[in-house]
Design a protein around this ligand. Structure first.
Ligand code: GLP
Length: 248
């Protein structure tokens, strides 16, 4: 048994890669199904961790319909850039699932006035939110979305400067041949915590220490993911490596 400090967090241990993608897809689809909304609002992460989930959803016969609300995005990229998170998620899941473009609420990376994008996302969320489901990964420094440490529990959608650690891990997505932008837009911890259901995915040894801290240490701005302990309905799906700091 793996236990978080808060009893509103359920931890599911995936014993194989297959089990990880199955558990993640099952948890996601069940949460979608149990939502009273016809088109639930869904927040989805980029990164390597959710790729098995997206592959599992693409390969299933299930027809899913939802409104995609963007978690985070770099600033200053052209609409055709491969590095745009919007394009990444379009390739991985939104296009294969035929999610109509008008159901994709996203930041415009090339807007010279990022504050307009922040205002648009904040007011859309205020009017239409909260999200029904937020699927999240965790950064090696404990970030969720691009809420880098220190990030307050009340933080809202905003512009952030990415830490060197995050830039390094993000550059690896493109074999380091193109640098990730240093600035980004992200939903705040407060908007993420408003989601009715949160599914946190974590795999690999590099997440072991931070995952343990996030789920067992008192919530603090230094580990933004630790604020998930204050949410009433979180499922963590993790492999043995990511859970290796927990004593069974
Ligand atoms: C990225 C994204 C996050 C993601 C995290 C972990 O920088 N902004 O949304 O969850 O870092 O990424 P990975 O799954 O590749 O470890």
């Amino acid at each position: 048994m793996f236990n978080a400090k808060s009893d509103t967090i359920e931890i599911l241990h995936a014993k194989s890669k297959n089990e990880f993608s199955n558990l993640a897809a099952k948890s996601f689809c069940q949460s979608l199904k149990s939502s009273p909304q016809k088109k639930p609002i869904v927040i989805l992460p980029t990164g390597n961790t959710p790729l098995p989930l997206y592959a599992e959803l693409r390969n299933s016969e299930k027809k899913l319909d939802f409104i995609y609300f963007q978690l985070d995005e770099y600033i200053g990229l052209e609409p055709s850039s491969k590095r745009l998170f919007t394009n990444w998620l379009a390739d991985e899941i939104l296009d294969p699932m035929d999610i109509p473009h008008e159901q994709r609420i996203t930041f415009r990376s090339d807007n010279l006035f990022p504050q307009d994008e922040i205002d648009m996302m904040r007011s859309w969320y205020k009017e239409n939110g909260p999200a029904d489901i937020a699927v999240l990964g965790i950064g090696a420094n404990g970030h969720i979305g691009f809420n880098e440490p220190p990030s307050d529990e009340n933080s809202q959608t905003r512009l952030v400067k990415l830490s060197n650690e995050t830039l390094k891990s993000n550059n690896a997505y493109w074999d380091n041949d193109k640098k990730a932008p240093e600035y980004a837009l992200t939903l705040g911890i407060s908007e993420i915590l408003h989601a009715k259901k949160i599914i946190l995915l974590a795999t690999g040894k590099s997440k072991a220490i931070i995952l343990k801290k996030a789920l067992t240490e008192p919530p603090s701005p230094e580990i933004p993911a630790s604020y998930l302990q204050n949410h009433p309905n979180v499922t963590v799906i993790a492999d043995a490596e990511a859970l290796s700091e927990f004593k069974s």
